[in-house]
Write a protein that binds this ligand. Structure first.
Ligand SMILES: *Cc1c(COP(=O)(O)O)cnc(C)c1O
Length: 380
């Protein structure tokens, strides 16, 4: 039992795993900048022996994130890709993975260039077409990798429906919940087995730290992921976990502001004659709108749109002033990027190649009137 048990989401973000320090009364979990811990006798210690295996600051972050995803087990990693890598290493050579055909470029690169050469087969599939998913299934299929909404095309997949399909066939369901965050969507409650995050994005929320996490209610998977966290060693340092934990405290208020501002930006884009198509699950015309409305609390702060052609997209990207031209997302400041030439360069020439006329916005929490004004001048 901790003080956070039974509290609402915003309260747990501030209190779960973050009780005042029993020794000093410090209200904020301290940065335990130490690599090792004194033992009272050989093999006798207070729960921490070496900081790769465990650190109290990291423990606090893991407890907070697990609480937000309503998971029993949480593991923090040095990056989102390291978290995904640990989850994929629970598979064995010869296993097969079905994955979404639109995922973060680095995730695809890790599948194709790291895990596949070591013997893990995979197929990118349109997960909105259950017949294609069933057709791609093999006797060796061990894991279904879902990302929703997807980066950068904002496709939405039905977590509950896909989890049922995968579980009937004996596979583990993993959801990359980076875009939605647990504030908007809780995949474990919808039937998924593991949630992975790039905490670099909304959970950290201030574009000042790289990190990742894996959360699960499955005890056997948790034991394996925990083993891999320590045995492979892609752990975050105490300062990084502390910064992430500080960001997490304001997740609820930030997400509400991100969603409201994204709505204002989408309304502006929808009226622009320079924009060919707006990709946002909050739009009733979005093919995943109904599912998104069912499985998400709101539609998030990420917005993609398509211009007439690549030249128009590149020109518009260079005209933004308040939106910063940069990779990454989920921080308080608004960012714009050209996925084809920036974040998703690694999928060029693959089945996941993204259109050159695409622009992706991470809508921040500045004043919406300022964001809309910048958008209008950039599209003009
Ligand atoms: C950024 C991102 C990742 C990778 O996370 P890192 O922290 O950069 O390693 C994975 N999935 C999604 C959806 C992302 O946006």
């Amino acid at each position: 039992m901790t003080a956070a048990d039974g509290l609402g989401f915003a309260s747990r973000a501030i209190h779960a795993g973050q009780d005042p320090d029993p020794q000093t009364g410090a209200v904020i979990v301290p940065v335990y900048q130490t690599s090792t811990f004194a033992q009272t006798a050989v093999g006798e210690h207070r729960g921490w022996d070496y900081a790769r295996s465990g650190n109290p600051t990291r423990d606090a972050l893991e407890a907070a994130l697990a609480s937000l995803e309503e998971a029993r087990h949480g593991f923090a990693f040095s990056s989102g890709l390291a978290a995904g890598d640990a989850v994929l290493r629970t598979c064995s050579p010869g296993d097969h993975v079905v994955m979404a055909n639109d995922v973060y470029g680095g995730t695809y690169r890790q599948f194709a260039k790291v895990h596949q050469p070591w013997g893990l087969a995979f197929d990118p599939v349109d997960l909105s077409d259950l017949e294609s998913v069933a057709a791609a299934w093999r006797p060796q299929t061990r894991l279904l990798w879902i990302e929703t909404p997807t980066n950068p095309l904002m496709t939405v997949f039905d977590i509950a429906g896909l989890s049922e399909l995968a579980h009937e066939r004996g596979a583990v369901v993993v959801v990359d919940n980076t875009f939605a965050t647990p504030y908007l969507q809780q995949p474990l409650q919808l039937g998924a087995d593991v949630v992975v995050h790039s905490t670099t994005k909304y959970l950290g929320g201030h574009s000042d730290v790289v990190g990742g996490a894996a959360l699960t209610n499955d005890d056997a998977l948790a034991e394996r992921i925990g083993f891999l966290q320590n045995a492979v060693g892609a752990v975050p340092g105490p300062w990084d976990t502390w910064l992430t934990l500080r960001g997490v405290k304001t997740l609820a208020v930030r997400m509400r502001a991100h969603c409201d501002n994204a709505r204002a930006v989408v309304a502006c884009l929808a009226e622009s004659t320079a924009v060919r198509q707006v990709l946002y699950p909050g739009l009733p015309t979005h093919p995943g709108h109904e599912i998104a409305a069912k499985q998400m609390r709101d539609f998030g702060g990420m917005v993609s749109f398509r211009m007439a052609d690549e030249d128009a997209a590149l020109a518009a990207c260079s005209r933004f002033r308040l939106f910063t031209l940069a990779e990454s997302l989920g921080g308080v400041e608004s960012l714009v990027e050209h996925p084809g030439r920036m974040t998703h360069m690694s999928v060029a020439g693959s089945p996941l190649e993204v259109p050159g006329d695409l622009i992706r916005l991470s809508v921040g929490i500045e004043d919406p009137t300022d964001l809309v004004a910048d958008l209008l001048q950039a599209l003009d």
